[in-house]
Design a protein around this ligand. Structure first.
Ligand code: ADP
Length: 656
């Protein structure tokens, strides 16, 4: 025998052991199979995933196939089923139990256990010879389903809140049926009520703006070809005739074979965004135009100052027969000056110092009176004014001019028309809450039922010198100045108009608190010669005139000398400061041009005040600093100015 070899006896023993093990396994298997073939009722009940209990007529547990709570089954027998439920469910269970007994019909209800599980419970009457002697309660654990349902409800609620917060509408396009279905939010956007709707694509086409139809249909054809939906802007008319701009976003819908069957997505109302974009575009254009205009007007002012002042000086010295010629020249120069002033208002370079808290109704009423008394009787002027109204900070004169300009245009539009009942309608509204104004805003709407205007004309009406009226009838400055004034008041002015459908001008002004009344800062208007009533230190007050335009400087210097002043001339800010430093005590007043190259009027003023805090300054310019003026600035002389106004203002400033 070699090492490791087993003896015959050892092998026999191993064989017997293996056989015994197989026999044991085999016997166990047979017992299992036998048990599976003959299940007892108790085995079935014990293995049932449902909870099965039997209750007597008092609702006490007679049998339970499993523990209902942490307590073992034996402890449950004899207890009341209701006691195992959370207190808030007991009454519902009791009512259902009694109903089953009374009706002898099964009934299903959801019951929660104290540990938070939810059981869908079927109460089944157990009868003997037609008489109910017990109730069987079969409960299925639906906790997971309930949790899923509640999670779904929660996410649906979140989606609903998100949809309503963003104002998003939902839509779905079925290509095979050419049908478009949308939700209530989309119906609301289209002005079609509060219900979800389903319409044919052809019906939707009808609500599209005619100019957008072709583009929208082409885009849809393209999306179908490519199987991709791209953002699509579309203008639609509501049944009330209101035009709204909508933006739809979407993605393709495919069947299980991957074929394109439609598109679905969301839709937004972007009308307001579009309006604001247009307003921004318009105001940027106006700002650029304003700067250009201000530059031109500034040069014109200087030229007109020279012309007007020289004409006035010459008028008193030429022979009588030439005076009418000079008066004509003066008249023309003054008219030109008026136009330049209007341009300055448009460019917002003209001071509006007399803004005061104002009840707009007074201005509107005055405008209505003027229109009613001066317009053709054929034109009806109607006004709707609210009872209560917020105050605005405004220059009454300027605001009246704005409203009159708009009404005059409405009158011009209505005149010569065959409109059966021409009307100009002025309406004032106070909005307590406005996006741009925390204290609300006032809206003045002036509408007419005249011929309206084309989109082209509408886009240009606020430009200076844009007019469609005959030569001599329109200057194209009315709405440009209205625009400048309203923007200067912190408001907006917009026009809504369509060819053949009248025009509406909407002016919006921010409301103020009555407490915010600005102090009135008037300027002197008295007229006197320089020497009269002056400080005895000098018979002739001295004026330092700082003006870069040589002709303006020369003319103004002549006017001042003629008026009895000593004049020191400086050609720019630097020279002005140099001359001031040489003899500050001699200079009674500085007449300072505000718009100068290099050292600006603003800088010169700051330097002068730094040197002599009490220095008296009068500004001389066609354009003015925004906001409150420095206290040293005693007055502003607008360019061009007549001799009397220059002398009068200087006199008043010296006396003050
Ligand atoms: P003007 O009245 O001198 O032409 P405006 O600046 O006041 O200058 O008006 C510019 C243009 O705006 C007018 O020429 C006209 O074409 C147009 N417009 C203004 N208001 C109306 C209106 N109510 N109806 C039709 N067109 C108008």
């Amino acid at each position: 025998m070699h090492d490791g070899a087993k003896t015959r006896d050892e092998l026999l023993q191993e064989l017997l052991l293996a056989r015994a093990q197989i026999a044991v396994l085999h016997a166990g298997h047979e017992a299992q199979v036998a048990r599976a073939r003959e299940p007892t009722l108790a085995t079935l009940l014990a293995n049932s995933p449902d909870s099965i209990t039997l209750l007597d007529l008092e609702g006490r547990l007679v049998y339970a196939n499993r523990a209902l709570s942490a307590r073992p089954v034996e402890e449950l027998i004899g207890t009341r089923a209701g006691d195992h439920l959370p207190s808030q469910d007991r009454a519902a269970f009791q009512a259902a139990f009694e109903q089953v007994l009374a009706s002898a019909q099964p009934l299903t209800l959801d019951l929660r256990t104290v540990s938070g599980y939810v059981w869908e419970t079927r109460l089944v009457p157990v009868k003997d010879s037609g008489e109910v002697f017990a109730v069987m309660a079969i409960g299925a654990d639906i906790s997971a389903r309930k949790r899923a349902e509640s999670a779904l409800r929660e996410s649906e609620e979140k989606l609903r809140v998100a949809l309503s917060a963003t104002g998003l509408g939902l839509w779905r396009l079925e290509l095979s049926r050419k049908e478009l279905a949308w939700d209530a939010a989309t119906s609301r956007m289209l002005g079609l009520g509060e219900q979800p709707l389903c319409r044919s694509l052809a019906a939707y086409e009808q609500v599209l703006h005619p100019d957008d139809r072709g583009r929208v249909l082409d885009a849809l054809t393209r999306y179908v070809e490519r199987g991709v939906y791209e953002d699509l802007e579309q203008r639609v008319y509501t049944p009330d005739g209101e035009l709204r701009t909508l933006l739809s976003k979407g993605s393709p819908l495919r069947n299980s074979d991957g074929e394109l069957i439609g598109f679905s997505g969301g839709i937004f109302d972007i009308t307001e965004r579009k309006r604001l974009e247009e307003q921004l575009r318009q105001s940027q254009k106006m700002e650029a135009l304003g700067q250009l205009t201000a530059g031109i007007a500034h040069n014109f002012n200087n030229m007109l100052t020279v012309i007007l002042s020289n004409v006035l000086v010459a008028e008193s010295r030429v022979p009588e027969e030439l005076r009418p010629r000079l008066r004509d020249a003066e008249h023309a120069a003054r008219r030109a000056a008026d136009m330049v002033r209007e341009l300055m208002v448009f460019a917002r370079r003209y001071p509006t110092s007399s803004k005061q808290p104002l009840d707009v109704r007074e201005v509107v009423s005055r405008t209505v009176d003027i229109c009613r008394t001066t317009f053709d009787r054929n034109i009806e002027v109607v006004a709707a004014l609210p009872e209560a109204i917020g105050l605005v900070l405004a220059d009454a004169g300027q605001l009246e001019q704005v409203l009159l300009n708009i009404c005059l245009n409405a009158r011009d539009a209505l005149e010569g028309q065959t409109t059966p009942r021409p009307v100009i309608d002025l309406c004032v509204k106070h909005t307590a809450q406005a996006a741009c104004s925390p204290r609300g805003e006032l809206m003045i709407r002036i509408s007419d039922n005249g011929p309206g205007m084309s989109a082209d004309v509408k886009s240009r009406i606020f430009e200076p010198f844009f007019t469609t009226k005959d030569v001599g009838r329109g200057t194209g400055l009315g709405l440009a100045t209205a625009y400048g004034s309203i923007v200067d008041h912190g408001g907006t002015i917009e026009c809504e108009s369509k060819e053949g459908a009248g025009a509406s001008f909407v002016v919006r002004l921010p409301c103020i608190e009555p407490a915010r009344v600005p102090a009135d800062r008037g300027t002197g208007r008295s007229l006197a010669r320089g020497g009269a009533g002056m400080d005895p230190k000098s018979a002739q007050p001295t004026i330092l005139l700082i003006e870069d335009e040589v002709l303006v400087r020369r003319t103004t210097s002549t006017v001042l000398s003629t008026g009895g002043y000593d004049v020191i001339e400086a050609a720019d800010g630097e020279e002005g400061l140099l001359l001031y430093d040489r003899q500050p005590s001699r200079i009674d007043l500085v007449l300072l041009d505000w718009s100068m190259p290099r050292l600006s009027g603003q800088r010169v003023l700051e330097e002068l005040v730094r040197r002599s805090p009490g220095v008296k300054v009068v500004l001389f310019s066609g354009c003015y600093p925004a906001g409150d003026l420095q206290p040293n600035v005693r007055a502003i002389i607008p360019k061009p100015s007549a001799v009397d106004s220059v002398l009068g203002t200087i006199r008043a400033a010296l006396d003050a």
